[in-house]
Design a protein around this ligand. Sequence first.
Ligand code: PAP
Length: 331
Amino acid sequence: MASPNQSSSDEAKTISETLIPELPRERGWVVDGDIHLLNGFWYPKWVIHGLLALQHHFKPHPNDVLLASYPKAGTTWLKALLFSIVNRAKYNGIMHPLLTSNPHELVPWLETYASTNPTNPRPPDSFLFSTHLAYPSLPEQIRSSSSSCRIVYVFRDPKDVFVSFRHYHNKLRPKESSSSSFSLQEAFDQFSRGASPFGPYWDHFAGYYKASIQFPNKVFFVRYEDLKTEAVFHVKRLAEFVGWPFSEEEEKEGAVQKIIDFCSFEKLSNLEVNKNGSFIRNLETGRMARFINHAYFRKGEIGDSKNHLSEEMREILDQITQDKFNEIGLI
Ligand code: PAP
């Protein structure tokens, strides 16, 4: 006889298995397989499994912090910063876990974990999680104004996001796969139409931006570019928002700058673990993928898109962004 957990897990799987074939589909980018349009956003199949499990079974705790981002908008950096901020009393510089682990190993990715643990989709021993899900796809238990769970969203210029995603895709795709012939123009067309994994990019950030206006104590919105140019100001805001503000004494001792330097692109990308290490992720029951750490560190710069996209491509993305900014009142 099946256990209650088994039948509930089978039920979630059956829902997504019957749902997915009915959804509009497009070609996926990184992991082979298509992406499917679910309630306005394009997700791979395993993400839909995870998303449904979270919506049914996720139980937030009061101090949970969720880092939300579109892929390549600054997830790795923010994971390192948040982990360092909330654990600064626990670790000194020598024993710090970031010296030996990639930030992705320290801050679990919610929908990946949920896709492999559908009946109990809360990663153990952590209150810091990440997600690439769009705001409307988050479980109601997290979005609800009655939950004290906090959300940090990082936004980045979509031109640089697209270029970064494209490089990542080129690094990770199996050379013999059908996606190896996926041209820049094809990927660009998909991205600008909004039909990219976790996209439309513009609706992704708009959802979190609107939520940050509506619930400023719950959703924190920060731009990658601002974090680069005004790091001290934004890291202090971030620490305060997640409930670990820097004391006056810490500030005098330079604790803010120490964390910024420790989590900088230069520091993290030069660590042995990030130059030559890798980690394994279960994507869904029975499927595993190895992720190469250095794929998360390329240039870490603002404006690299000008080296990879034509003037016309950049204008197209800028126009879509400007239209979305106007629509939602973002300056
Ligand atoms: P993910 O969503 O798949 O985890 P994510 O970390 O958001 O990826 O994106 C990787 C980008 O962040 C890379 O950008 P690039 O391709 O334009 O170079 C990567 O270099 C950049 N990045 C990683 N770590 C840092 C950091 N510490 N500071 C600034 N940028 C960083």
